[in-house]
Design a protein around this ligand. Sequence first.
Ligand code: ADP
Ligand code: MG
Length: 143
Amino acid sequence: MNNKTLAILKPDCVRKNLIGQVISKINEAGFKIKAMKMVHLTKESAGGFYEVHKERPFFNDLIAYMTSGPCVPIALEKDNAVEDFRSLIGATDPSKAAEGTIRKLYAESIEQNIVHGSDSDENAVKEIAHFFSRKELLENYSD
Ligand code: ADP
Ligand code: MG
């Protein structure tokens, strides 16, 4: 079983100086950080990442949001990483997210929802490769 997932601390998280608090929650929940960087996404990169949503009515706004400032992609490792990380972040719409979840605690709206988490093992592998080279991963995946 794949034990990795991709998190992104989205531009609203960075703008609100919540990087530290969100990473604390992630570590407290038992995830190990395997690779991390800060990047300001281009429209092309954000559009490629969210390709599956390109026909959705919110796509253009989503790309504008995700390119509005730097974000922090993080490759995480834990048993059952994908499912456990989705539980930690909560529902897409923070008003529907469970108490104590990252989105419930910090997110403002269904769009500006602080954090991304991969939705399947297959997508986790693809999404990690979107941000991190083989070399960057191998350097940190050795233990
Ligand atoms: P999740 O991030 O929970 O996997 P989706 O994959 O459905 O959610 O959507 C990707 C991102 O697009 C969301 O995290 C959010 O930023 C944005 N989004 C989703 N649904 C809406 C919506 N109805 N209106 C505006 N933005 C949305
Ligand atoms: Mg999704």
